[in-house]
Unconditional design. Structure first.
Length: 501
């Protein structure tokens, strides 16, 4: 299969077609159904633009002379393997397969065997790797929102585009986090990520308490947000400040937009709170989408319909920005389901709506980002998210459709302690059948309060004898194993004598 892509600076060049047949037999069972998917992977012919100008000229000339290898074909010869992943609701582990590619410019069919689970809102992600060790991602493509239904094979198409790499470094004696507008960078933990060519990545630097963002170096400069659209390394400098204050931004209304700050720190939704040096002025700028308008800021001395506001950081400040939809914006419902033996509250941190507690569902503009945070009640602990988020940190949900997130809170176990002491001129070991006790090395252990019975056994070493339990809970057991019901803190004392005494 061949297609042509229009280019602004050169005539069209042929594209390279990879056919990856995801061959899987559909199941007739009501649960766990699968479907065979035929996926055509097309490498974007515009990759010839990566060559120097003389090569781009040759790419145009070579198109008209048989027997030559066009520049767009040369640009993909480094592809050595292709990986396909399918994710979506109800798929706890992504369906994944990797296939080697021996001759990427031949247009040959590349067979791939993969189980494609049926269901709505599937995302198919394809990545091409080179032959380096370890392999590097060089092309990528994604097809979101696919509905896979049981039945005949489904034909789909994805265009692969070249990936560029963004690397973030941090400098200075202070601390902070750099995040990207497109998911990938959260540095902190993830400081290198790849993005599809043709996209622009905005980097936002937010200082931690006691620090301030001092500016960019490398591919960016200044203190405003950093924008990159090609391979780039940027350094964010965080300095220690004598005093800082926290600026918190809330966005609301029926529309969609983003509020950013200069100096960098706020990029909300996403990062809606940041620290700034006391006494500095922070300029907030609101940018609505084409379907929305910005109604204005309020709080911290801001007001009126203007799209920007300067906040004097003479204390902790709170600002609200309201976006209104020009035309009705499609809405999706985000619901929170709480499970487990404990209790707690889940709130939508960056957009008002969910406070579960009492309000466990709310509607937000479709494709908007909603950040959920979980706070356990006293006596409970937050176990983690499921059905769309994982881990115990905040949960970022991009609402492409109605979605339910599950939060599990469990009661903190009520533990009681068993303590064992050994005495006497002899020596020996006391162990518990429930684990935890191996005294004299480990002489205390905790167990759930209740009807748990722990059996202690005393074993003398070498020329010693066990002389019995002395005092404490076990005294009535003599030299027999001691059985203790752990309904409260308990102690046991074992005495060992030298043989013959």
């Amino acid at each position: 299969m061949r297609t042509q892509h229009n280019r602004t600076c050169l005539p069209s060049v042929w594209t390279l077609v990879f056919i990856a047949v995801l061959a899987a037999c559909g199941s007739d069972s009501s649960d766990g159904k699968t479907v065979a998917v035929n996926l055509s992977l097309i490498v974007d012919g515009r990759q010839a633009q990566h060559h120097p100008p003389i090569s781009r000229l040759f790419a145009w000339i070579e198109r008209w002379f048989p027997g030559t290898t066009p520049a767009w074909a040369q640009s993909v010869t480094e592809i050595a393997s292709i990986q396909v992943q399918i994710t979506g609701p109800g798929i706890p582990t992504p369906a994944s397969t990797t296939v080697p590619v021996s001759n990427p410019t031949s247009g040959q069919e590349i067979p791939v065997s993969i189980q494609a689970p049926v269901g709505p809102n599937r995302t198919i992600t394809v990545t091409a790797f080179n032959a380096a060790s370890p392999p590097l991602k060089i092309f990528g493509g994604t097809l979101p929102g696919v509905n896979l239904t049981a039945g005949p094979p489904i034909d789909l198409e994805i265009t692969l585009v070249r990936l560029f790499t963004v690397t973030v470094q941090k400098a200075g004696e202070g601390s902070g986090t750099v995040t990207s507008s497109l998911a990938g960078i959260n540095c902190g933990a993830t400081c290198v990520s790849q993005f599809q060519e043709g996209t622009t990545v905005s980097l936002n630097a937010a200082a931690d308490a006691g620090s301030v963002f001092a500016g960019w170096s490398g591919a960016c400069s200044g203190t405003a947000a950093c924008f990159v659209n090609d391979n780039a390394t940027v350094t964010a400098r965080f300095n220690v400040a004598a005093s800082t204050n926290r600026l918190t931004v809330t966005v609301g209304g029926s529309g969609i937009g983003i509020v950013t700050s200069n100096p960098s720190g706020i990029s909300c939704p996403g990062t809606c709170a940041a620290e700034f040096a006391t006494g500095t002025n922070v300029t907030l700028t609101a940018t609505p989408t084409s379907e929305s308008t910005f109604n204005g800021f309020s709080g911290a001395g801001c007001g009126g319909p203007g799209s920007s506001c300067t906040v004097a950081m003479n204390g902790d400040q709170n600002v609200t920005g309201i976006f209104t939809a020009i035309t009705p914006v499609p809405m999706s419902t985000l619901s929170v389901q709480k499970i487990g033996s404990g209790s707690g509250t889940v709130t939508s941190a960056n957009q008002a709506g969910i406070n579960c507690g009492s309000t466990c569902g709310a509607s937000f503009p479709t494709n908007s980002l909603v950040t959920l945070t979980a706070t356990p009640a006293t006596g409970s602990t937050f176990i983690g998210w499921s059905n769309g988020c994982t881990g115990t940190g905040s949960c970022d949900v991009t609402l492409t459709s109605d979605q339910t997130i599950v939060a599990q809170f469990d009661l903190v176990p009520d533990l009681v302690t068993l303590s064992v002491n050994t005495s006497g001129p002899g020596d020996g070991t006391v162990t518990s059948d429930q684990g935890g006790i191996s005294c004299p090395t480990a002489c205390t252990a905790s167990f759930p309060r209740g009807t748990t019975v722990v059996t202690l056994t005393a074993v003398p070493n070498g020329p010693s004898v066990f002389a019995g339990w002395r005092g404490g809970t076990c005294e009535a057991f003599g030299i027999a194993p001691c059985m203790i019901t752990m309904d409260d803190n308990r102690t046991a004392n074992a005495r060992f004598e030298r043989f013959g005494r």
